[in-house]
Design a protein around this ligand. Sequence first.
Ligand code: NOJ
Ligand code: NOJ
Length: 578
Amino acid sequence: MRPISLLYGLGLTVSAWAQSGSIEAYIASESPIAKAGVLANIGPNGSKSQGAKAGVVIASPSTSDPDYLYTWTRDSALVFKAIIDEFTLGRDTTLRPHIDNYVTSQIQQQQVSNPSGTVSTGGLGEPKFHIDLSAFTGGWGRPQRDGPALRATAIIAYANWLIEQGNTTYVTNTIWPVLELDLNYVVANWNFTGFDLWEEVSSASFFTTAAQHRSLREGATLATKLGKTSLATSYTTQAVNTLCFLQSYWNPSGGYVTANTGGGRSGKDANVALASLHTFDPAAGCDAVTFQPCSDKALSNLKVYVDAFRSIYPINSGISSSAAVATGRYPEDTYYNGNPWYLTTAAVAEQLYDAIIVWKAQGSIQVTSTSLAFFQQLVPSAAVGTYASSSTTYTTLLNAVQTYADGFILVAARYTPSDGSLAEQYLRATGAPVSAKDLTWSYASLLTAFKAREGVASAGWGAAGLTVPATCSTGGGGGSGGATVAVTFNVQATTVFGENIYITGSVDALRNWSPDNAILLSSANYPSWSLTVNLPASTRIEYKYIRKYNGAVTWLADPNNVLTTPASGTYTVNDNWR
Ligand code: NOJ
Ligand code: NOJ
C-alpha cells in the first residue's frame, strides 16, 4: 500500500480528491481500483466475467444499453499489452498465469470460423466473439484489421521476454504459430480498407496502419531471432510499404493527421494519439516518421485534436484555451449523442508523459515550425529552437507540458464517480458516467497513463532511425505522376429509369470536379453502382457522386467524400447516396 493512500481517510471521495487538485491522491486511490477493474474482467475467475474462458477479456460486464459482454480482439490485445508490460518490467510478477491463459485463448480464438472467414480466409479480421469464444454472427462492422496486429504486438512482448529467459523452445513451438498467422494476415491485408477502431466506417485508418507497421517491424526482428529468415524478409518488405502509406495521412495545411478518411469526417480523432502512444519507442526520440509522442507532427496533431472538443462539450465551457479539457473519439461522434471518453482523455495525458520521458532522456526539447502552435498554446513566448536541459526555456516548456498533461488526468478524475469505477464515456453536458460500465479498456488506459507519468516506458520495437523510401515522396499532390492504384468505387443509389450515377473529384483521373466530364458508373449490380479507375498512389482525394436525369444534375449532399489511396495494391470504397 502506498503511504499516500493512508494519508487520505476513507471519508474523502475520489472526486473530492480530484477537486482538491491533487493528482497524486487520485493516482493513489484510482490505481488499485483500476487494476482490480481490469482483473475482474478476465476469465475464468474474474469477479465480473463469469462464463468467460480462461484468458478471455470481456469488454465490459454490461449486458444491455449497451451489450458489451463480448471479447474484442483489439480491447483484449491492448489490455494484455499493458499486463505483459507490467509483468516483463518486473512491476507485478503475479500476472504470469493470466498471460499464459491469454496466449492459450488466442490460439483457440484464431481457429474459430466466423462471418469474416476461416483462419486462412480472413477470419482473423473478425472484431469480436462471444466470451466462450464461439463466433458472433450478428451484423457488425467487419472486418477490423487492427486486431491481429495489436495481438501480435502484445504477444511479441511476452515472446521477447521468454527468449531472454532462455525459453526459446516454447516460443518457437507454441507462440510463434499464433504470431505467424497474425503477421501473415497483416502482410496480406494491410492495403485493404476495413472498419477502424471505432467500428463505424470502412476506410483507411491511421491507427490501424500504425499498429500494422509496428507489428511487422517487431515480427521481422523476432522471426530473424528464431531463424525464420524468409518470413522476416516478407515482414520487412511490407513494413516499408506500410510506413510509406502512414505518411499519407498527414495533412500539412491543417497541421494534423487525417485519422480516418471515411464517412465524411474531419479526420480529427483520438485514433492518432492512441496510435502514437501504442507505437511509442523511447529509442526513436522525437522522430516524426513514426509519429513518436514528442514528434512535431504528433504534438501539432494533438493540439488540433484537443481543440476540436473545446467548444462542443458544455463541460468544457469556460476552460482556458491553454488548459486541459474533456476529449472524445472525434468531434462528429454521435454514439450516445457523442461524449468524452475516459480512455481518450487519458490518451492525451499519456502521449505527453511519453514525450516528457524522451525529452528528459535526451536532455533537450526542440520546437519546430510544425510544433510551434502546440508549445505557444502553453507558453505564448515559445519560439522555434532547440533548448538544452540547462536552459530556463527547457524548464519552462517541460513544466508547462507536465501541468497540461496532468490536467487531462484531473479531468478524468473530476468525472470519476466516488467508487472509482470507470465506464466508457462521461456525458458531455454533466460529466456523469454513461454507456458501458467498468470498461476494461478505460481502466487499462488510466493505468498505462499513470505508469508513463512515473517515467516508465515499455520496451521499444525498432522504430529508431527508420526512413521512408524515396518513391513515396511524390504522393500527396494529386496527378504528380508515378505510381497509381486501382480504386473501386461502389455506391448504393436507387434511381428512376433514365437516371444515372456519375463521379467526379479533385484529381485529373476524376475529371477535376467537372460535372460535364464526370465518369459514368456501371449499374450491373443495381442498386449498387460501380467504377474502377486508376488513381495516383498515396494521395488524398476528394470526390462526389452526381445524378444526371434529363440533363439535370444533382450533387451528393455535402461534405465531399475523401479517400487516401495506398502506396500500392488496390483500394475499394463503399458509399451510400445521401
Ligand atoms: C458499437 C460500436 O462499438 C461503437 O464504436 C459504435 O460507435 C456504435 N456501435 C455505433 O455504430
Ligand atoms: C466501442 C469502441 O468504439 C471500440 O473501439 C471497442 O472495441 C468496443 N466499444 C468495445 O469496447
